[in-house]
Design a protein around this ligand. Structure first.
Ligand SMILES: Cc1ncc(COP(=O)(O)O)c(C=O)c1O
Length: 407
């Protein structure tokens, strides 16, 4: 059968992520990958995982291998509710659903809130897999520019006149730029949410990975401070994940929202995958016990801070003056901007020949922007490899700039 004649119209909107395709290439021997958003495998807490699996199988026994509730394992939901509770954010188990990574939460939230042609405000550039998930729903994205202090909130009000359904924001160490939304902007943003009765999805996979400066209050918290009902009364839906602070392979994330939103997400999840893996949830439950997660996050911060610094030093040393880049306070990425006449995809072709990989910025952008930008990851490779990689990439860029100026 020729399946090509049988696919749903929706399948034509499903594209393969260039990032994930690139990840295949980066497995080649000798390749230095600054491409994926991968945590460092050297820092996976292998011993603790082994102990946790043994402990879980001993303690929870067969329950850990059985189907479980769609909402997620109760103890894990309680832990998240406690961890995120503040006087103004009184959370209960019913405000939390466990999902298969943060990505599933983004997908399900889109499904329960967005109709075809609904408008959604996003930072430009933004997280590629959010664009892929919601593009499928047929929504229209309204891009907002950003600068070193994150999304330009002053540019949002005119867009709110177009009655968007949702705003999507990654306020901490954004993917792909590494930028953080300044506190004053956060305060203005949550005020706009109530004024225009619009919802916001706060996606925060990187917030715990801060290397400089003080944490900034979440949009969930700032918005809840404006509420009056006593229960969680927020225009914000918050998405978190254990992928970046523990490991992505277990696929455990969560959403926090008012009970009515959680109820709808649970129904959508039931249709999608019944539940997140029971064993994964129990293992995570065991790893957050007795402050292990806090200790582990301190180890990650130290290692990733060193790698970020190694990258910034190497960029200063080896990159041509015509390039500029962001200087993130945390997370896993920074973004480089080249002179407008250079295409990052052309640079990538030559870089791959020199066995160095990164992700061109175009796909993170809307409106055809960002051709001259690319994202660099500093969490996955060691500081030595980062230095070598940036040196090689600097050489590629300098030779391309020289031939461009001759041509
Ligand atoms: C901004 C952002 N949101 C969500 C995710 C999803 O992560 P996971 O599904 O592994 O929890 C990622 C992963 O790279 C991300 O960068």
């Amino acid at each position: 059968m020729k399946w090509n004649n049988h696919f749903a119209e929706r399948a034509s909107r499903m594209t393969r992520s260039a990032v994930r395709e690139l990840l295949k290439l980066t497995a080649q021997p000798g390749m230095i990958s600054l491409a994926g958003g991968l945590p460092s495998p050297d820092l996976f807490p292998m011993e603790r995982v082994k102990e946790a699996i043994e402990f879980v199988l001993g303690k929870a026994g067969k329950r850990a291998l059985q189907y479980g509730e769609t909402e997620g394992v109760a103890e894990l939901r309680d832990w998240i509710a406690r961890d995120f509770s503040r006087p103004e954010v009184p959370l209960k188990r019913e405000n939390v659903v466990i999902t298969s990574g943060g990505q599933q939460a983004l997908d399900l939230i889109g499904r329960v809130l967005l109709n075809e042609n609904d408008k959604v405000i996003v930072e430009n550039p933004t997280y590629l897999a959010l664009l892929s998930a919601w593009r499928l729903l047929g929504v229209q994205f309204l891009p907002v520019r950003s600068d070193a202090n994150g999304m330009r909130v002053d540019k949002i009000e005119p867009l709110l006149q177009q009655k968007p359904k949702l705003i999507y924001a990654v306020p901490n160490f954004q993917n792909p730029q590494g930028t953080t939304l300044a506190l004053e902007r956060r305060v203005s943003l949550v005020e706009l949410l109530r004024k225009y009765d619009v919802g916001l999805l706060e996606d925060n996979p990187y917030g715990e990975l801060r290397y400089d400066g003080e944490p900034v209050a979440s949009l969930l918290e700032l918005d809840a401070r404006l509420g009056t009902s006593g229960d969680l009364d927020s225009n914000v839906i918050y998405v978190g994940t254990f992928s970046k602070v523990l490991m992505p392979g277990l696929r455990v994330g969560w959403a926090i929202a008012s009970e009515e939103v959680i109820e709808k997400i649970v129904r959508a999840k039931q249709a999608a995958d019944l539940q997140t893996g029971t064993l994964s949830q129990y293992i995570i439950g065991e790893m957050i016990r007795d402050q292990f997660l806090e200790r582990h996050i301190r180890v990650l911060r130290q290692a990733y801070r060193e790698r970020r610094d190694a990258m910034l030093v190497a960029l200063d040393r080896y990159f041509p003056n015509e390039a500029s880049w962001t200087r993130p306070d945390g997370g896993m990425f920074l973004m480089v901007t080249l002179p407008a006449h250079l295409s990052a995809s052309d640079v990538l072709k030559q870089a791959l020949e020199r066995k160095i990989a990164f992700v061109p910025g175009e796909e993170f952008h809307l409106d055809g922007m960002g051709r001259n930008t690319f994202r660099l990851n500093f969490s996955n490779a060691t500081s030595d490899l980062i230095e070598q990689g940036i040196k090689r990439l600097g050489e590629v860029l300098k030779s391309m700039l020289t031939s461009a100026s001759r041509g």
